[in-house]
Design a protein around this ligand. Structure first.
Ligand code: 13P
Ligand code: SF4
Length: 353
């Protein structure tokens, strides 16, 4: 069972004021898109983008043979694509995962300031002693972690395979130490009944969804389905008709019979949801209500730092390259490669579209 008593105190995170690019006029965006396409060809580069980044970047990835995907598929795509340079539009752990898997490739990001509250909430110097204190447990970490944390793990997972991996470990009689997301860990524990000790961190976006306000919105739209990412709090997940990773949420939006959806994840995903089901209506789950701080308002402040202009500048200058110290990379590769191998054995489907 979940051992709340042993859960460490959360690490204080100061959210940086995001350095957002100013919205660009259409003519400037078109010029940048053409320039980036030229630089991709010249530098043998491909764009690997997450569903939460700006839709200009998602469209550019689609138009240039790149991918728009969840964290697992981003890792797989970068690992199998022949390009010499991977340009990762997302947050830092995604660039690091690409480098861990592809040391021979150049990995660039539009900005190196794009962090993740889960990664920041699980510093290696605090996490490693916690693991050392529980040597009887398999260490399973979410991919939203630093290379140093992955290097201490037995397994890396993403939300699309986490339940299946924990079921697999439970069937082998393993006890689990899970990090960093307490809500995802709690959800997996409830689904699988596995013995899980949870780290205490959360996602700044999903943590802000409010169950009371969601209930009120559901009452206003009784014909709408609620679909939620499992990084959301338990009270929100209890109101959901479907829970899944970003790819699985897009699939659900396409396949479920409802015409209206209340979506508890980053609203960047609406670009792909509208593409997958153009006739359907999508509403963001509420982040307002009692206790609201609305630091994210359903959009990750770090994902929002990726833009056409800093992407173009990165390609022009070669700045923002991801480096992972080789001994850390080799250690982190073990658990990261296990994630890809496990996903293959359960034949985890590819993207949400
Ligand atoms: P996915 O792996 O479901 O894309 O989630 C990544 C993430 O950062 C969600 O907040
Ligand atoms: Fe991290 Fe949350 Fe942003 Fe995803 S949405 S990158 S989990 S802070």
């Amino acid at each position: 069972m979940t051992q709340q008593l042993d859960m460490p105190s959360p690490v204080a995170i100061k959210l940086p004021t995001p350095v957002l690019s100013a919205p660009l006029p259409q003519a400037e965006r078109a010029r940048l898109v053409e320039r980036i396409k030229y630089l991709f060809k010249k530098q043998d580069a491909v764009l690997v983008a997450h569903y939460y980044v700006d839709e200009d970047l998602q469209r550019l990835a689609e138009e240039t043979g790149g991918c728009v995907a969840d964290s697992l598929e981003m890792a797989r795509f970068g690992n199998t694509h022949a390009a010499r340079t991977l340009v990762v539009a997302g947050v830092r752990f995604m660039g690091e995962t690409a480098k861990i898997l592809n040391p021979e490739k150049r990995v660039l990001m539009p900005t190196l300031q794009a962090e993740c509250s889960l990664d920041l909430g699980c510093p290696a110097d605090q996490f490693i002693p916690f693991c050392d204190a529980h040597p009887e447990r398999q260490v399973v970490v979410y991919s939203n972690t630093s290379a140093e944390v992955k290097a201490r793990a037995d397994w890396v997972v993403t939300s699309s395979i986490a339940v299946k991996l924990v079921e697999h470990l439970k069937a082998r009689g393993e006890k689990i130490l899970w990090a960093p997301d307490k809500h995802l860990g709690d959800y997996i524990q409830r689904k699988t009944g596995a013995d899980m000790l949870l780290w205490n961190a959360s996602c700044v976006v999903h943590d802000e969804f409010k169950a009371q306000a969601l209930l009120a919105l559901k009452r206003q739209h009784p014909d709408a389905a609620v679909i939620a990412h499992p990084e959301s709090p338990q009270a929100v997940l209890e109101l959901a008709d479907f829970i899944g990773s970003t790819s699985q949420l897009i699939q659900a939006a396409k396949n479920m019979p409802q015409q209206k959806f209340i979506v508890a994840t980053d609203r960047g995903i609406f670009y792909k949801m509208k593409q997958a089901a153009p006739q359907k209506i999508f509403m963001a789950a509420p982040t307002a209500g009692e206790g609201a701080s609305c630091e994210s308002c359903a959009h990750c402040p770090w994902m929002a730092m990726n833009a056409l202009d800093n992407l173009a500048q990165t390609l022009e200058t070669g700045a923002n390259e991801i480096h992972v110290e080789e001994s850390v990379r080799v250690q982190a590769l073990r658990a990261t490669q296990r994630m890809l191998d496990f996903a293959r054995t359960i034949q985890q489907p590819n993207r949400g579209d």
